[in-house]
Design a protein around this ligand. Structure first.
Ligand SMILES: O=C(O)CCC(=O)C(=O)O
Ligand SMILES: [Fe+2]
Length: 368
């Protein structure tokens, strides 16, 4: 699996060197209008910068036709303090075998989820003049809107636009777009609490003390990434998001009701069907590293669709920027020593940002 990814994500950024492609990328970027701008212009065919070769897509299209089902875990009792053996076992199984699961009855009211999705929709469907003010590729900006953060590095652009909100706990609310300010602040409040519960559950699933992952700062840093996937005139030629694994410790994802997210399981692409009120949870590369490969960070991607827009909001828990991370001692032994070297989080994040989405092989890079 990893081998195939590194063949496709070659690290050869020839796209950078092709002047024709560069020109097209720049022209697209300069509109500040993203993919939504192309759709508004009623383009009949998607521009070349989004088109993937048929060989790659032939493989991509044999998907979603499998009997596998992403695990669904009912968290009804999670707020009572101690978790039942059954829930811990379900989380352990899902995180070790799938790296992905959906949670229901997680305690976040569905109005909070619906309003977040609506807020992202309103922002993206706002007048271009207003949206443009947020358009930026400067990673140091806490709130930034753009299309394809890796536009100039990836081999193919993805059919989506994204509003990114970094370190939301240090945010002045005024920095957020007015259209989604209230909904985002409310959503962040809830997601933070759920994140802490999930790290407690994962600690127990690993056989550690309930606060082990929390003490490592796993729930400390986070980035909220709001994606908008417009309807695509040629979904068979492109993707909403290239296959990748997430870099952080854990991702909590809210998705609207169009089924496009797929996870790679036992060599097959499995749909992550939207369930009203549910959230999708997946293990990131950093948690695979600190769990010494016990928990799995699994590749996933987003298919482009004729229907749209599809909206999703990912909360990436990134770990604490002041920490160095390495495999947890209790999870290593003489027979199973640490499989990864120490990760300095700031360096790890910089490395991630310097690559394209389908080029992330943090695991291989830190393997020892
Ligand atoms: O939009 C989605 O469903 C997935 C987004 C995703 O994988 C990501 O932001 O890393
Ligand atoms: Fe992802």
């Amino acid at each position: 699996m990893k081998k195939k990814m590194s063949m496709i994500g070659t690290g050869d950024f020839s796209a950078k060197l092709d002047p024709e492609r560069m020109k097209e990328l720049k022209a697209f970027d300069d509109t500040n209008a993203g993919v939504k701008g192309l759709v508004d212009a009623k383009l009949a065919t998607i521009p070349k910068i989004f088109v993937r070769p048929p060989e790659e897509l032939a493989e991509e299209l044999k998907s979603g036709q499998t009997d596998y089902k992403v695990p669904i875990i009912d968290l009804s009792d999670i707020h009572k303090g101690n978790f039942s053996k059954e829930i811990i076992e379900e989380v352990r199984f899902a995180s070790e075998k799938w790296g992905f699961f959906q949670v229901v009855n997680h305690g976040i009211p569905s109005t909070v989820l619906d309003e977040m999705i609506d807020g992202v929709r309103l922002f993206n469907e706002e007048e271009l003049q207003v949206k443009k003010k947020f358009y930026s590729r400067d990673h140091l900006k806490k709130v930034r809107f753009n299309s394809n953060y890796d536009l100039y590095k990836s081999r193919f652009a993805n059919w989506r636009d994204t509003l990114t909100i970094s370190v939301p706990h240090q945010l002045d609310p005024e920095e957020l777009p007015a259209t989604c300010r209230k909904a985002t602040l409310e959503y962040i409040k809830h997601i933070k609490i759920l994140g802490e519960h999930l790290f407690e559950l994962l600690s127990e699933a690993l056989g550690l003390k309930v606060d082990h992952l929390r003490k490592l700062g796993c729930a400390d840093g986070s980035t909220i990434v709001c994606h908008y996937y417009p309807a695509c005139p040629n979904p068979e030629l492109t993707l909403g998001a290239s296959k990748h694994s997430d870099p952080g410790t854990l991702t909590v994802l809210l998705q609207s009701q169009i089924c496009s997210l797929q996870v790679l399981h036992e060599g097959e692409w499995v749909n992550v069907h939207p369930i009203p009120g549910a959230l999708v949870i997946n293990i990131g590369d950093l948690l695979q590293i600190i769990s010494n490969d016990r928990l799995k960070s699994v590749e996933h991607r987003v298919i482009a669709r004729h229907e749209g827009p599809r909206i999703s909001v990912a909360c990436f828990f990134t770990g604490s920027s002041s920490m160095m991370y390495s495999p947890i001692k209790e999870l290593t032994s003489e027979n199973d020593p640490a499989r990864y070297r120490e990760v300095v989080l700031s360096e790890y994040i910089s490395r991630f940002m310097s690559l394209s989405l389908d080029d992330k092989s943090s695991l291989d890079h830190y393997k020892q």
